[in-house]
Design a protein around this ligand. Structure first.
Ligand SMILES: [Zn+2]
Length: 435
C-alpha cells in the first residue's frame, strides 16, 4: 500500500509557508502529489486556486514522479464544460502535472446557486477531456456523492482511476471504504482529512492505494475500458480473510451484543489470538509479547502495573467470570495485551494496535484508546474499522491501558498461516545440500 496527500491553498494557509515535500516524503507520503489547480468555469463561477504552481513544481523539484492537478467541476452547458477542460489542461501544463483529477462534490456554495455537478456534466467533461488530452483523468467521486447526488450511475462509463472518500476512524483506511459501488472497486481511498503531516499541515487529506507505486503509475497510464470493469488493483501482501461475511456488518453495538452474536462461526480461543498477535509483532518489527507472568485462561487485571524498567507488552487478561456477560472474555475467547502506561508503554500499545489494524477484517474486536491527538484510537467491530464515536464512551474510556482482541477461529487459522508465509518468505532459501 502506498499513501499520499492531496492539498489545496487551505493546507498552504495553515502552514503559512511553502510545503516541504522532502519532509512530507519522510512522513510516509512520497512519490505522489495531488494539488488543486482549478475550480469552476473561467467564464462564470471561478474561485481562484493560489499556490498550485508552488505546490506541484515543489513536488517535482523534490522528485515526486506522479503529480496530479485536480479540478472542482461545476454544472454548465457544453461551452462551459469545454472552458473547464481547456482551463484544466492549461493549468496542468503550467504546473508540470502528469495527470488530472476531476473532483465531483456538491459544495454548499454550488448547491446554493444550482451549480453542483450533475452526472451529465461528469460525462461531458470526461468525453471532452479524452477527445483532446492523453493524460489519464482520475475521478474523485465518493460513494455518498454517487448515491446521493449523481443518481447511482454505472461508473464503468469513466476511464481512469476512481477515488472514494471514507474516513472510518480517521487514522487508517477502513475495510468498508474499499467496497464497490457503481460496478467499480475504488482504486484510491481518501481515508482522512485530518492527518498530521510534517511538511504539510496538521489537518491534511491522506489517501491510500492498495498496491505498489509501479501499479499506480501503470493505472494512470492505462486507460480503463468503458465496456468492462477496470482491473481491480488490490494486491495486499496478506490475503483477505475468505470467510468474512458481509452479514456480520449488521451486528448490534458492542454494549448490546452477547457471546452468541455470531452463532455461525466458532470464536477463537485466547491462545490462538495471542499466537497471531505475536506473529503480527514479528512481521511489523515490534518486540514479542511476554506470556506466562499471569496465569493464562484466568481472570487477572487489565492494567499492567509492573516497574518502569519492565517495558514490554504482556498478556494480562483472557478469561473473566460469568459476571461479564457482554464480553468475549466470558469463556476465554478474548485477550488483553498491555504495557505499563507512560511515554514508552503508550507508544508501544499504540504501535501494536496500529499493526493489528492492518488485519482488521480478521478480528471481531480490536479496542485500544490512545492519548495522542493525531489518532482517534483503534476500534474494530466485526471486521470493520469504526470510529471512537461509533464504538462509544464505555469502550473508549476503559481501553487506554491495554489492547483488547477477539476473533473467530477460522480467521485466526487463516491469519496465522498468512503471517507465517510472510515470515517464511523473508528467510533466504539455500540451494543444494552442504555436506
Ligand atoms: Zn478485553
Amino acid at each position: 500500500m502506498i499513501r499520499f496527500i492531496d492539498v489545496s491553498m487551505h493546507d498552504r494557509n495553515r502552514r503559512g509557508a511553502p510545503l516541504d515535500w522532502a519532509a512530507i516524503r519522510a512522513a510516509g507520503f512520497g512519490d505522489v502529489a495531488i494539488a488543486r489547480t482549478t475550480y469552476g468555469d473561467p467564464g462564470g463561477f471561478n474561485p481562484s486556486s493560489p499556490y498550485a504552481d508552488e505546490m506541484l513544481l515543489g513536488a517535482k523539484a523534490a522528485g515526486y514522479p506522479i503529480r496530479i492537478g485536480y479540478h472542482n467541476l461545476i454544472h454548465g452547458d457544453q461551452n462551459g464544460i469545454n472552458r473547464q477542460v481547456d482551463y484544466l489542461r492549461r493549468r496542468l501544463d503550467e504546473c508540470h502535472a502528469t495527470s488530472g483529477m476531476a473532483d465531483i462534490e456538491p459544495y454548499d456554495e454550488l448547491k446554493s446557486n444550482g451549480l453542483w455537478p450533475r452526472w451529465d456534466d461528469v460525462q461531458r467533461f470526461h468525453d471532452r477531456w479524452y477527445a483532446l488530452d492523453q493524460r489519464p483523468m482520475m475521478w474523485y467521486i465518493s460513494r455518498w456523492v454517487w448515491s446521493g447526488w449523481l443518481g447511482l450511475p454505472d461508473l464503468r462509463r469513466l476511464r481512469g482511476p476512481l477515488t472514494n472518500a471514507s474516513y472510518g476512524n480517521g487514522y487508517a483506511p477502513s475495510v468498508a471504504g474499499w467496497a464497490s459501488y457503481g460496478n467499480r472497486v475504488p482504486n484510491v481511498l481518501q481515508y482522512t482529512s485530518t492527518a498530521n503531516v510534517p511538511g504539510a499541515s496538521g489537518a491534511t487529506d491522506a489517501n491510500a492505494f492498495n498496491g505498489s507505486l509501479a501499479e499506480f503509475a501503470s493505472l494512470l497510464n492505462t486507460p480503463v475500458s468503458g465496456a468492462t470493469p477496470p482491473p481491480v488493483s488490490v494486491s495486499p501482501a496478506i490475503p483477505v480473510y475468505p470467510n468474512y461475511k458481509p452479514s456480520d456488518l449488521a451486528s448490534p453495538l458492542v454494549n448490546t451484543h452477547t457471546n452468541y452474536a455470531h452463532p455461525s462461526e466458532t470464536r477463537a480461543s485466547y491462545y490462538q489470538i495471542i499466537e497471531a498477535a505475536n506473529l503480527i509483532c514479528e512481521v511489523h518489527g515490534l518486540p514479542p509479547i511476554k506470556v506466562g507472568e499471569f496465569a493464562l485462561g484466568s481472570n487477572t487485571s487489565m492494567e499492567y502495573t509492573g516497574t518502569p524498567s519492565q517495558q514490554f507488552l504482556r498478556v494480562t487478561d483472557t478469561r473473566r467470570p460469568l459476571a461479564s456477560p457482554f464480553s468475549y472474555h466470558m469463556d476465554g475467547r478474548a485477550a488483553d495485551i498491555a504495557a505499563l502506561r507512560g511515554t514508552y508503554g503508550d507508544a508501544l500499545m499504540r504501535d501494536f494496535a496500529q499493526a493489528v489494524l492492518h488485519y482488521a477484517n480478521y478480528f471481531l474486536e480490536v479496542f485500544h484508546s490512545t492519548p495522542y491527538a493525531e489518532d482517534d484510537g483503534f476500534y474494530v467491530k466485526d471486521g470493520v474499522i469504526v470510529s471512537s464515536s461509533w464504538i462509544g464512551d464505555d469502550v473508549v474510556s476503559t481501553h487506554f491501558d491495554h489492547d483488547h482482541l477477539a476473533a473467530t477461529y477460522n480467521a485466526m487459522v487463516t491469519l496465522t498461516a498468512a503471517l507465517r508465509a510472510v515470515l517464511e518468505s523473508r528467510i533466504p532459501v539455500l540451494g543444494g545440500m552442504i555436506l
